[in-house]
Ligand binder design. Sequence first.
Ligand code: AMP
Ligand code: ZN
Length: 102
Amino acid sequence: MKCIFCAIPSQTYILENTDFYVIPDKYPVSKGHSLIISKRHFEHYFELTDEEAASLLQITRELKASLDAEHQPTGYNLAMNCGRSAGQTVFHFHMHVIPRYK
Ligand code: AMP
Ligand code: ZN
């Protein structure tokens, strides 16, 4: 299986918990644009277990606190493209966390 998100080296993680890790997006659309990526390989949001869903909320809150401290954004977009027809290009779970600025 050739999956780029299964092959991201752990030294590049900016945050992690049991189920997820976070890296900066390679092509950021704003300062601090980050990806929360599952450690388990599956395609998208609708395949999350209940436990992973709780863990996702936890790391999302931690990432927000960290981005707030570092960049002081005034808002956020949380985005997931689920499926090719929705614009998904990497078929391994990830959520975009996009800080926004006035
Ligand atoms: P999506 O279109 O939702 O599947 O988003 C895939 C995202 O992954 C895009 O925003 C890419 O910029 C990002 N991306 C692809 N490869 C890498 C990588 N090696 N490191 C960080 N971000 C990546
Ligand atoms: Zn994968």
